[in-house]
Each structure stands twice: as C-alpha cells, then as structure tokens.
Design a protein around this ligand. Structure first.
Ligand SMILES: Cc1cc2nc3c(=O)[nH]c(=O)nc-3n(C[C@H](O)[C@H](O)[C@H](O)COP(=O)(O)O)c2cc1C
Ligand code: SF4
Length: 401
C-alpha cells in the first residue's frame, strides 16, 4: 500500500517531465554492451529498477562519440545503433519508468584499444589507465579538436532525443573529459581553455549550450559534477560552488553533486570498504593486476562510510543555485530520503542502494523506514569488468542479467 505522506514517493516535475517519485537510478556503467551494442542483459538490468518503482533510470556512460569510449564495451550514441538503442529505451519505458542517458567522454583517459589514435584531453602526458593496453600517452586537444568535441555532444544530444530518451545527464565529473578541463590538475593549457576557472569552464559551458540548442528549452538536462577531486591542487569544494553557479546561470535543469574521480580518488565517491579486492578479482590484464597490487592500497584506501556522506557539502551548492538539486551518495533508507528532501533537494539518485535492492521504492511504499541491504562493501565496483555485467555479489550472482 502506498504511504502518500512519504515525500520520496510523491511526484515532481523536471523541466516539463513528470517523475512519479523522487527516486532516480544513478548512472552505473553496466558493462552489458559487448563491442558497444546494447544487449538483452542491459534491458533486463534496467527493467528491474523500472519494475521496482524508480521514477527514472539512467543508462550509464553513453559515449558521445567513438573516441569518447573508455573501453570497447561502451555504448556510442550514433546512428549505427539507432535500432538497438531505441528498443532499449522503449523497453524500459514500457515498464512505466523514464529513461535518462548519461553523456560521457573519456577525454585523455582511455584503455579503448580499438582506437587508432592516442586519446586526447586538455593537456598531453601519461594515460595511466591505458598503460596495460600499451596506450601510454595522451595528447593535448587542438582548438579544432575542441570544436569537434562540442559538435560530438550536439550530435549525440540530437540522436538521444530522437531515439526517445526522456532526459540527458552531462557528465562533468569523476575525472572524465569535461572534468579534465575543469581541473587545474589535468588542465595545463595556456590558451582560453586553461588557467583561470573562467577559462577552464569555457568548454563545459560550450557543451551545455550545444546540448541545450540541440534538445530545445523544454527538455530536461542534468549535470553530474565532482565537488572535489581529492588532491590538494585539484578541483576544490570552493571551485565546485562557482562551477555550479555557472552551470545554473547557463540554464542547466538539475545538478547532481558527486565527489572524487575515477582517476585519482574514487573512494571519495563511494566511501566504505576499499574497492581494491574487487578490482583485483575481476581484472584479467596481468600488467594492470601488477599495477593494482603495487599502488592500489594507496589509491583506494577504505574510508569510513556514513549515511548521506555528501549532504553537508551538497547543501552549500543547494544554497547558491536556483535549479533543481539531485542528491547522491550513501542515501540508504526512508529516513535518509526524508531528511534529504527536507533539506531542499528535489530528487535523490541511488547507485548501490538499488544494486542491492532493485525494488527499493516498492519496499519503501510498504515500509516507510525501509533500510537498504547495501553494506558498502563495494564488491560491486570491480564487477564493471565482469562478463556478467555489474551486480551486487553478496545478494546476486549476476546470472539474472
Ligand atoms: C558499479 C558502479 C558503477 C558506476 N558507474 C558510474 C558511471 O558510469 N557514471 C557515474 O557517473 N557514476 C558511476 N558510479 C557512481 C555512482 O553513480 C554514484 O555516484 C556512487 O555509487 C555513489 O552513490 P551511492 O552511494 O548511491 O552508490 C558507479 C558506481 C558503481 C557502484
Ligand atoms: S556489492 Fe552490494 S552490498 Fe556491497 S556495496 Fe555494492 S551494492 Fe552494496
């Protein structure tokens, strides 16, 4: 029976899109698109959240062009896949759930061995992720590469709207392409795209403007950012407040305030147990396993988990922007949801909470204080390399995908 006093289960509007409740499945790269083609497993993966009652699910890491893929098993938003991607989106929507697509580009950080050229980002240097694949280096983008990247986002947005996505989420965080431009650690450019924060924001704002022009004013665009990168000289909490103000003024509909980067400090994104054992369990490349053994303890330290671990910092952004705010990070139970929404947030994205309990919204309807089974052991993180796709090993063996 629906408990209507439960705010998390009440409907809300996101730039004209009605969401039946405030719970959104966060983008979690699924590894269910072998060689870039969406599989039945990808549809089944998202259907479980749709059937379980979330208002909207997010298809993780939809690369805006082939060169934007981190690895060869990522989706590309391209005409070649129109039939498969449109079937995927419609199949999820048929279960009464909206579908958002996370627009991503890896920039200088890739292990996609099908690429014929070096990955490109704001500045040249080492491509740490690609070392095990023999892709040691990345190059700095030229001004025409930057124009090309903006076009790639624009074309991907046109394509994504035309295949039926209900919303788009631009990935500005976690160390990927646009984040590399925002970050003083990875952006060493001396031209109008580097240096001051105003310059480092130039490309992300051009991308937002291009996506907006592509989809029109009445279509929801969300943006996911990292509030800090971890290292002292990277994006700071103060920077992220300015970044969010700029995105807000440029007309973004909602901001998702995440933390850390996949490249430098993923534990800030997750907290909980170190992701190292899980990465080692699924990593097949011997050189990468050696690197993980050598550096993993330092790169992925366990961090004490506490519920809603990003709330205090995210509230600082809530205070300065007019757009909708989506909370993410350790939202684990009905009481958390109420507290988050009472703090002025409009929606809540859930990653691990839903991997452990795909039908959490239904459970919440029956029990308003329901607490997710997720223990923040982070065993799911390494499953992004699992041939069965991502899953939550303590509760699922992966075969349902
Ligand atoms: C297996 C896995 C894969 C993920 N992949 C992505 C991704 O593709 N894009 C992204 O923005 N975040 C990704 N994340 C991060 C989540 O979206 C989210 O920011 C993080 O898990 C914290 O939220 P939670 O406490 O609700 O899990 C991933 C998380 C997990 C566990
Ligand atoms: S493996 Fe399952 S229980 Fe562990 S953190 Fe991931 S979702 Fe939570």
């Amino acid at each position: 029976m629906l408990v209507t006093s439960n705010l998390a289960l009440t409907s809300a509007n996101l730039n004209g899109l009605t969401l039946k409740n405030r719970l959104i499945k966060a983008g979690t790269f699924e590894n269910l698109s072998p060689n870039g083609t969406p599989s039945q497993g990808l549809l089944d993966f998202h259907k479980q959240f749709a059937v379980g009652g979330v208002a909207m699910t997010t298809i993780g890491y939809c690369a805006v062009e082939n060169a934007g893929r981190l690895n060869a098993n990522m989706l590309t938003m391209h005409e070649d896949f129109r039939k498969e991607i449109s079937q995927l989106v419609k199949g999820i929507q048929s279960q009464g759930c909206k579908v958002s697509g996370q627009m991503g580009h890896c920039g200088a950080f890739s292990k996609n061995h099908t690429l014929k050229t070096r990955p490109k980002g704001p500045s040249g240097g080492l491509n740490i992720l690609g070392i095990a694949e023999g892709m040691w280096f990345c190059d700095a983008m030229t001004l025409s590469d930057i124009d090309h990247l903006v076009d790639a986002y624009r074309n991907a947005a046109i394509f994504m709207k035309s295949v039926g996505f209900d919303a788009l989420e631009i990935h500005f965080g976690h160390g990927y392409g646009l984040c590399q431009f925002l970050s003083p650690l990875t952006n060493k450019r001396k031209d109008i795209y580097g240096g001051s924060l105003e310059n480092r924001l130039r490309l992300p704002l051009r991308v937002l403007a291009a996506v907006r022009a592509a989809v029109g004013n009445d279509f929801p665009i969300l943006g996911k950012i990292s509030m800090s990168e971890g290292p002292r000289t990277g994006i700071s909490y103060e920077d992220s407040i300015s970044i969010c103000k700029a995105l807000d003024e440029a007309g973004i509909d909602a901001i998702i305030a995440s933390n850390g980067t996949s490249t430098m400090n993923p534990m800030l994104m997750f907290r909980g147990d170190s992701i190292l054992p899980s990465l080692l369990k699924y990593e097949k490349n011997r050189l990468m396993r050696f690197i993980l053994r050598l550096m993993g303890k330092k790169m992925f330290p366990s961090l004490p988990f506490y519920e809603m671990y990003l709330l205090e910092q995210a509230k600082r952004i809530r205070e300065v922007v007019k757009c909708k705010m989506v909370y993410i990070g350790g939202a684990s139970n009905g009481d958390n949801f109420t507290q988050i929404l009472d703090s002025g947030f409009d929606f809540i994205q859930l990653g691990r909470t839903l991997l452990a309990d795909p039908d959490l919204p239904q459970k919440l309807a029956a029990k308003p204080h329901y607490k997710s089974r997720c223990t923040h052991c982070n065993q799911c993180v390494g499953t992004i390399e699992s041939p069965q796709g991502i899953h939550c090993p303590p509760f699922f063996d992966g075969s349902r995908t």
